[in-house]
Design a protein around this ligand. Structure first.
Ligand SMILES: NC(=O)c1ccc[n+]([C@@H]2O[C@H](COP(=O)([O-])OP(=O)(O)OC[C@H]3O[C@@H](n4cnc5c(N)ncnc54)[C@H](OP(=O)(O)O)[C@@H]3O)[C@@H](O)[C@H]2O)c1
Length: 225
């Protein structure tokens, strides 16, 4: 149980990769049923078994294709490079109707990943909103959390700014942030995702400038009620 409600199933599309695997690990550890999605079910099954090993067998993590994962979950999280963002969403969009979609994508344009280069829609999350339509709640989160921290047991200092298409959807994702052991803030409407996604390039620049690998941000002057 989380916050008194039955555990939901979370699909992590691209969950075979660095960021997705880390988030999947944290949610599985919190007791959620997690589906790892991939373009290759073999790759997804391997990633799922790696997470189960990390959790010493005591979890419900299953690997499958991106589409099957999206069909079977109530919450769908996308963690693919921006180059695969649109194509992945087009492939699964019918399975997302009426569900909650969480976009972790940062619209980085290699090789200049430390320079903010936002897409015409404003942000990757707003582009997702255009592709998925009004039937899907779109929330953007976790863009500033380095994957290096997610498989670690150390406390994560970096906060998570959550923007999205409704207050209710943002509140649901704030529950997932908390379940992952992180501090989240309702950072307002989906339009505000422009700043949060763009901030990732600023953090990458700071990492390069100061020799760090997981620079982050912390909200000061506010308290959770
Ligand atoms: N890494 C971080 O620290 C971090 C932090 C915050 C946000 N992010 C964002 O999270 C997203 C994922 O980052 P990542 O570092 O986890 O990426 P990644 O490891 O390079 O890729 C994640 C997964 O995406 C799938 N993928 C790769 N290219 C694709 C394509 N062209 N089309 C569809 N799927 C593709 C692959 O899964 P399959 O081959 O199994 O399909 C891969 O395992 C990015 O948008 C990134 O900006 C990353």
């Amino acid at each position: 149980m989380v916050n008194g409600s039955l555990m939901l199933t979370i699909a992590v599309l691209g969950g075979t990769g660095k960021e997705g695997k880390g988030l999947a690990y944290r949610w599985a550890k919190a007791g959620y049923r997690v589906l790892i999605g991939s373009r290759s079910s073999e790759k997804a099954i391997k990633a799922a078994s790696e997470i189960i090993q990390l959790l010493e067998g005591s979890s419900s993590v299953v690997g499958t294709t991106n589409l099957e994962a999206a069909q079977q979950a109530e919450i769908i999280v996308l963690t693919v490079p921006y180059a695969g963002h649109r194509e992945t969403l087009e492939d699964v969009k019918d399975a997302l109707k009426g569900k909650l979609f969480v976009d972790v994508t940062v619209p980085l344009v290699p090789p200049k990943v430390s320079k903010v280069q936002m897409p015409a829609a404003g942000s990757a999350a707003q582009e997702a909103r255009e592709i998925l339509g009004e039937d899907v709640e779109v929330v953007a989160a976790f863009q500033n959390i380095s994957h290096e921290l997610l498989l670690d047991e150390e406390e994560i200092e970096c906060d998570v700014l959550v923007t999205g298409t409704s207050k209710k959807a943002r509140a649901e994702v704030l529950t997932l942030v908390e379940a992952a052991g992180l501090t989240g803030w309702d950072a307002g409407p989906i339009e505000n995702s422009v700043v949060v996604e763009g901030l990732t390039s600023v953090l990458i620049y700071i990492n390069k400038q100061y020799g760090s690998t997981y620079a982050g941000i912390k909200i000061t002057g506010a308290q959770h009620q």
